[in-house]
Ligand binder design. Structure first.
Ligand code: ATP
Ligand code: MG
Length: 283
């Protein structure tokens, strides 16, 4: 059962044709769009995006998780979502964007998902204009949510440029791996030079312990301070935890399957501190 049964599903509001323009006026500009990005692949963006979405839902927030990794989409795989309701079907003109948004429930927590479809190559067939229209439609949908978490592909994807330009906050996921650190630096450099308004923060993932997480963060922080005159803040860290691959194998979100695990507790702390940190955090 939903812990917050009175929340009206934004997916339902969209289908019913809500006055999106009116809703939009009531919300700050794109502050609710949060990208989860990385320089290097395989650092835990998708897993973290899902878990953060769930943790925010636990605070009674309306959350949309958008799979922005259309080439190798895997939010749907990690959550065992049925095919058909996804961005690829929207691009193919089979369904509307509102119809593609599905409410995912696990235990007491639920959030909406706009899935991609792995290997569809959906965006490759679109012109720049069409991509921009799609991004604009996504942004219109975003106003119905407290937070839109965008799980991005690793590195810089030109398809997502129109969306990037509207994103308020980027959480850059980095691990102890030296190439992950250098690629995170390159990603941050791209973001702060292209979008100086963006609030860029670091998530250290797969750390062996807190000290190692701090060392990893300090390496990124130092490089940014030295070469970019920009110092990102640490949004939090997550330890390496065997429950994560176990939950993924079971296609169940961590907070539902192993709510007491170290990683689950740490992501909940990250969600709470993002919510608590005011206008520069999540509002
Ligand atoms: N803190 C962690 N502890 C242990 N394993 C982890 C942790 N975080 C992620 N993993 C594992 O790392 C793998 C990659 O995770 P995930 O798919 O979320 O990464 P990604 O950054 O989205 O990858 P891609 O760049 O390919 O999209 C998964 O198998 C997951 O189980
Ligand atoms: Mg991923």
């Amino acid at each position: 059962m939903n812990k917050h049964p009175n929340l009206t599903s934004p997916a339902r509001i969209l289908s019913a044709g809500a006055d999106v323009a009116a809703l939009r006026r009531t919300l700050p500009r794109q502050a609710n769009l949060v990208a989860v990005a990385s320089g290097k692949g395989g650092v835990g963006k998708t897993w973290f995006s899902i878990t953060l979405s769930q943790a925010l839902a636990g605070h009674g927030r309306r959350v949309l998780l958008l799979d922005g990794d259309l080439g190798l989409a895997n939010v749907d795989v990690q959550l065992a979502m049925p095919p058909g309701h996804d961005l690829a079907s929207v691009v193919a003109g089979k369904i509307s964007l509102a119809e593609a948004i599905t409410t995912y429930s696990a235990g007491v927590l639920s959030f909406d998902v706009l899935a991609g479809r792995s290997g569809s190559g959906a965006l490759d067939t679109l012109s720049r204009n069409q991509i921009e229209n799609l991004c604009n439609e996504l942004i219109r949908s975003a106003v119905l949510y407290d937070h839109v978490i965008v799980d991005l592909a690793a590195g810089i994807n030109s398809h997502m440029t129109p969306l990037f330009a509207r994103i308020g906050k980027a959480l850059i996921v980095v691990t102890d791996d030296p190439t992950s650190i250098t690629d995170a630096y390159a990603m941050i450099k791209f973001l702060v030079t292209s979008y100086p308004e963006m609030d860029v923060r670091i998530i250290v993932n797969m750390a062996e312990n807190r000290t190692q997480a701090e060392k990893t963060f300090n390496a990124v922080h130092r490089a940014c301070g030295h070469f970019l005159q920009f110092t990102p803040t640490l949004a939090g860290h997550v330890l390496r935890d065997k429950h994560i691959p176990q939950a993924i194998r079971a296609q169940a979100p961590l907070l539902a399957r192993y709510p007491q695990s170290e990683a689950a507790v740490l992501v909940q702390q990250i969600a709470s501190s993002l919510l608590a940190s005011g206008p520069r955090g999540l509002i």
